[in-house]
Design a binder for this molecule. Structure first.
Ligand SMILES: [Zn+2]
Length: 255
């Protein structure tokens, strides 16, 4: 099997895993996935397709060089964005890539990020549609060790902005701040009133981060009637984050 076919099959499998109805991570056309093919191109879900039933002909190969310069622009009209999305396709007969291909393209340029999965999980969105305090606590604190192992010690929080170019620009700005401070890419980017983005080196790490983020959100929300979540101390979080046995586990589980 060629490298590209293998990557496309793995991305389809991830899409189906994220789109499973019983998991409540994405329904109908919600969410999208992508992976880097090589230095110049990446695969992304086509606009209007469903993760649960995604087919090979609904994965669009796009050129980074056609999309990344858009992030330097202050503003573009909807028609200009649409034209750029269509022009980014390697095959002009392929379907139109998702408008969220813009943030996928940028995230896939980060060192260590080869796969990106974006979903709208129910419990995560219960928090992201709630007040500032809940959003900040869910983003910046951790409640249990496996949340740290799969989702990282902290996440990025992005305020609500219009999907498309404004959202891609806001994600870039907030993720830059995170990388400057933490010296690594985030595993989770949380979008207020919208959903989450998981970034990783493999489809397995993206699925694990998404499922664990949703589990952590259910625990967070479920603890509210019992006095609210109690977070681990920063020392405990740092300890789990740096334990050699946890790093070994991350490697074995391909996280
Ligand atoms: Zn979305």
């Amino acid at each position: 099997m060629s490298d590209q076919v293998e990557k496309s099959n793995a991305l389809l499998k991830l899409s189906h895993d994220l789109g499973r109805e019983d998991r409540g991570l994405a329904m109908l056309g919600e969410g999208n996935t992508s992976c880097r093919l090589d230095a110049d191109t990446f695969l992304v879900k086509a606009s209007g397709s469903s993760l649960a039933t995604l087919r090979e002909d609904q994965l669009v190969a796009c050129r980074f060089s056609a999309l990344l310069p858009m992030l330097q622009q202050q503003a573009m009209s909807d028609a200009e964005v649409e034209r750029a999305l269509l022009e980014s396709r390697v095959d002009p007969n392929a379907p139109k890539p998702s408008v969220e291909a813009l943030f996928h393209a940028w995230l896939l340029t980060l060192p260590g990020v080869d796969v990106v999965g974006h979903t709208h999980p129910i419990a995560v969105d219960q928090i992201l549609c709630a007040g500032d305090e809940a959003c900040h606590r869910y983003t910046e604190e951790r409640r249990f060790p496996d949340e740290i192992v799969c989702c990282g010690a902290r996440s990025v929080l992005v305020p609500y902005v219009d999907p498309g170019l404004p959202l891609a620009s806001a994600i870039r700005e907030k993720t830059h701040v995170f990388i400057e401070k933490e010296n690594r890419h985030p595993r989770l980017i949380l979008l207020r009133n919208h959903g989450l983005i998981a970034c990783g080196a493999s489809t397995g790490s993206v699925l694990a981060a998404t499922l664990m983020a949703e589990k952590a959100a259910r625990i967070f929300v479920g603890s509210i009637p019992m006095g609210g979540p109690v977070s681990l101390s920063p020392q405990h979080v740092a300890r789990i984050d740096s334990r050699p046995d946890e790093h070994y586990r991350q490697r074995m589980l391909k996280l």
